[in-house]
Write a protein that binds this ligand. Structure first.
Ligand SMILES: *[C@@H]1O[C@H](CO)[C@@H](O)[C@H](O)[C@H]1NC(C)=O
Length: 218
């Protein structure tokens, strides 16, 4: 066991790998740009619409009920998600395939990431239902209790983490460095979205709990 690791060589190789991957991305391709814009647009859109709904109840008024409003928003968000995924796939077609990613291990990691991602997304939807998944709390449709069973016992945000893992998996399977760039953008946007969504959700539930406690004390 006298193996020594040449850190300098490893560092050089890592730098070379990153350099190669970044060079393989054609950031001038319009489809890649549309894809990045779409990735950024979706969470911005649903946060603005949801806050507007919370403050004005405009969707509830237009559709006639909170539930109908939330389902309408759900359909819109779901459709925007399909559009984003479609644009992502179109963008990847124009992009270079990297031999550095066409490695057996990375392919296996890609399939594992997609599988895990889909499990997280679907089980989270199953646990939360439509209104729980699609911002029902902004419509005043609250869950009775915080869900703590799977997948919420392994992930705080299974929906977002599952979605990011799916982007990662597809990028690896297709061996597209551009896909990894979009995956990073997806991760970044969800991180930003959570900065707005988590405190808001906490506030809404805290308000409900304090109202319920006041009722109990009457
Ligand atoms: C999460 O819950 C699932 C089933 O409900 C269980 O099988 C799993 O071991 C739990 N994981 C952790 C980390 O607690």
């Amino acid at each position: 066991m006298s193996e020594t690791v040449d850190f300098k060589a490893v560092l050089e190789q890592t730098k070379e790998l990153y350099g190669n991957l970044i060079q393989a991305v054609d950031f001038n391709d319009p489809y890649l740009r549309y894809s990045l814009v779409w990735v950024a647009f979706n969470p911005i859109f649903w946060n603005i619409v949801a806050r507007l709904e919370y403050n004005t109840h405009f969707l509830t008024k237009v559709t006639g009920s909170a539930k109908a409003g939330c389902y309408t928003l759900a359909v819109i968000i779901f459709t925007l998600g399909l559009g984003r995924d479609h644009m992502f796939n179109l963008a990847l077609k124009n992009q270079e395939t990297s031999p550095f990613l066409q490695v057996d291990l990375l392919q296996k990691i890609g399939y594992a990431a997609i599988t895990l991602g889909q499990i997280l997304v679907l089980s989270s939807m199953y646990q939360l239902g439509v209104t729980g998944t699609y911002l029902g709390d902004y419509f005043g449709i609250l869950m009775k209790d915080r869900v703590t069973s799977f997948p919420f016992n392994v992930s705080n945000n299974p929906m977002y983490q599952g979605s990011t893992l799916s982007f990662l998996g597809i990028s690896l399977i297709k061996a597209k460095p551009a896909g990894l760039a979009v995956t990073l953008a997806v991760q970044l946007m969800y991180d930003i979205a959570l900065q707005f969504e988590e405190p808001f959700t906490t506030k809404i539930y805290a308000n409900r709990d304090s109202v319920e406690n006041q009722k109990k004390n009457l």
